[in-house]
Design a protein around this ligand. Structure first.
Ligand SMILES: [Mn+2]
Length: 340
């Protein structure tokens, strides 16, 4: 038996954030592209079961045409597809999935724990959808029939009361548990995994993202990357001996054309604002933003040995006007006396 485990597509989430519209549009197409790629992969490997563990879409931005596009991809999948809804796409009466005819190979779990039996695979898939942004259920009396292979499909933060926490005893009873909600992939127990989000969705989601692929005959549980872009937090240490073009080259060399960057400027300089605006004007990237954490450098960069000049500069106070005046005077003095 082969299983695809995906979660947290968050279709249309990018319209909620602070990214420019044209970037959001491209990232949304990335999500659709990644999902189509997973659908193709599922068909290539002849997967039997395709699990989606919640937060498939954002309720406030997901329209009928988006649903049609999604169902169109589902129809092309040979595996049986199972969906539970999570906190972002919860199943209240206005959920769009309740308004249309669904493809025969798609099964949606409602908001009571239930299972779907695949007789030829001797397998039961258990799942439950949220009916609101916050959701909680007591599963302490649930008994699984060990004559079947039991698979759980849940959207849960194991320790957070608001997002259907699940306890270890309940989870350990399943042969495999496909979890969603946490965007970072990883295993909770030897049988319970978060696949992580399908693609990175913000600067909190670093690294590659994708799905988990299981093949129980080959005893494989492996992560498959389906993301093409990364969100990168890039810390740049500014050394006060670096000039503007060295700083630009230093940052530009670390940028690859497809990725999104949050550049955090560290170190100190008396040109901290100028360095930031110089980078904003000259850096080239698919998308970048700058967080300027540089501290103001108090000493002058140049060795001005003449103590009278230093004393003169020291007479300026730190008010905005006098600071500007000091900078102008300094530039003038450097130019006049030192030819800099
Ligand atoms: Mn969630």
């Amino acid at each position: 038996m082969k299983i695809i485990h995906a979660a947290d597509l968050h279709l249309k989430k990018f319209y909620k954030g602070k990214l420019p519209l044209e970037i959001s549009n491209i990232l949304l197409e990335d999500t659709w592209r990644a999902f189509r790629d997973v659908a193709n992969f599922s068909n290539e490997v002849n997967a039997d079961i395709f699990l989606i563990a919640g937060d498939l879409f954002e309720r406030e931005f997901f329209y009928l045409r988006d649903l049609r596009r999604f169902l169109n991809i589902i129809e092309g999948i040979k595996a049986k597809v199972f969906v539970v809804f999570g906190n972002h796409d919860y199943l209240s009466s206005d959920n769009l999935f309740l308004k249309v005819d669904l493809p025969e190979n798609l099964y949606i779990f409602n908001s009571e724990l239930d299972f779907y039996e695949l007789k030829d695979l001797n397998t039961r898939i258990y799942g439950i959808s949220y009916d609101n942004y916050n959701f909680k259920k007591d599963f302490s009396s649930v008994k699984l029939d060990k004559n079947f292979i039991n698979i759980g499909l849940f959207h849960s933060d194991l320790r957070d009361d608001r997002y259907m926490p699940l306890d270890e005893k309940f989870l350990r009873d399943f042969n495999y548990v496909a979890l969603g909600h946490i965007h970072k992939r990883g295993s909770i127990f030897s049988n319970a995994y978060y696949s992580g989000s399908l693609i990175p969705l913000s600067f909190k989601d670093d690294g590659e993202k994708g799905i988990i692929f299981l093949d129980d005959e080959k005893k494989i549980i492996e992560f498959k990357n389906f993301s093409k872009r990364k969100f990168v937090n890039l810390e740049i240490k500014i050394n006060k001996d670096m000039n503007f073009s060295e700083i630009l080259k230093n940052v530009q060399d670390k940028i690859s054309a497809e990725d999104l960057y949050r550049i955090i400027l560290k170190g100190s300089s008396h040109n901290r604002m100028e360095i930031e605006s110089f980078l904003r004007e000259n850096l080239s990237a698919f998308y970048f933003e700058i967080i300027n954490e540089m501290t103001e450098e108090k000493e002058l960069d140049y060795e001005i040995k003449d103590k009278y000049i230093l004393e003169l500069l020291d007479t300026f106070s730190n008010s905005d006007i006098e600071r500007d005046a000091r900078e102008i005077s300094k530039d003038y003095i450097l130019e006049q006396y030192y030819g800099i």
